[in-house]
Design a protein around this ligand. Structure first.
Ligand code: G3H
Ligand code: ZN
Length: 287
């Protein structure tokens, strides 16, 4: 069954590693991520953006699929089903559908409104045993129609949101969704250190995990990042493996066009990406 992300990220903070949030889009994504987390004995967070939720027909369908898959695959590692960059309305819908963790992304609101809505959702989620992630200082780039300004978070605003009792805090520190541009300046560790100093022992989240160099990931973890979100990288590896299969003409050999065969290389590629990330984040054998 599903668990909240509060305990796993608290443990990660204490143990100086990070739990991966891997976004799901369909059955193949979900199965690949769950099997890999189980194989490596790692806790895992399945992220669902509002767009992906709609694509999978709705949050209820997602919850039913994930719960059934956990049971039928015999998954025993902790799994959180987490709304990614949720709107205020979306948060309530995902709660109602049985998600175990919610991100309310109020970073585009004026800070007073972000505080008010986050406060309300902390109370709502905690009354049901769910975890809440909040965001300060929009992450740059675009993810499923959610466009971030890319500004760096104000540590004082982080403190205000953290003090509402959120379980995990996402703060913009120069991170961007999607592939990083060639002229990217890297993560703002000065800002991360200030945030850490002012908010204290609060698990921090690093969004835009795709393409951040390994040394920067490790440094971020050493400065209090306990959850790292990866989405685009699984999409890229899925697409590359699928392209290779088709370009090699394998879909034309035997029953190679059977979707179970056609989608298999991509599903394997997702597993490999998730394996690499779990190893890098240090969450293997922490379940
Ligand atoms: O919320 C999800 C993530 O921040 C994913 O970012 O697509 O750059 O890996 P990414
Ligand atoms: Zn994100």
């Amino acid at each position: 069954s599903l668990v909240s992300a509060a305990e796993m990220t608290k443990k990660a903070l204490a143990g100086k590693y990070a739990v991966g949030q891997f976004n799901i889009n369909n059955l193949e994504w979900t199965k690949s991520i769950l099997l890999t987390a189980q194989e490596l004995k790692s806790p895992v967070i399945l992220g669902v953006s509002e767009g992906a939720g709609k694509y999978m027909t709705g949050y209820k369908t997602v919850t039913a699929m994930v719960k059934a898959m956990i049971e039928e695959l015999g998954i025993t590692v902790p799994v959180a089903l987490h709304l990614d960059h949720g709107s205020y309305e979306g948060a309530y819908k995902a709660i109602e559908a049985g998600f175990s963790s919610i991100m309310f992304d109020g970073s585009h609101y004026p800070i007073e409104e972000n505080v008010a809505k986050t406060k309300e959702l902390v109370e709502k989620t905690h009354s049901m045993g769910l975890s809440l992630e909040a965001e300060v200082g929009a992450i740059g780039g675009e993810e499923d129609g959610v466009i971030g300004g890319g500004e760096v978070a104000d540590p004082a605003e982080c403190k205000r949101i953290a003090d509402l009792g959120v379980d995990i805090l996402a703060a913009g520190i120069g991170n961007i969704h999607g592939v990083y541009p060639a002229n990217w300046q890297g993560l703002r560790f000065d800002v991360l250190a200030k945030i850490k100093e002012i908010v204290g022992d609060k698990p921090l989240v690093l969004h835009g995990g795709t393409g951040i160099p390994e040394d920067q990931i490790k440094k971020a973890i050493s400065l209090g990042v306990s959850k790292i979100n990866v989405n685009t990288e699984c999409q890229l590896s899925f697409a590359a493996a699928t392209r290779k299969y088709i370009e090699e003409g394998k879909d034309k050999q035997g029953k190679g066009f059977d979707p179970r065969k056609l989608l298999a290389p991509g599903a394997e590629a997702i597993k490999e990406t998730v394996r690499e990330k779990i190893a890098l984040f240090g969450s293997a054998n922490k379940a």
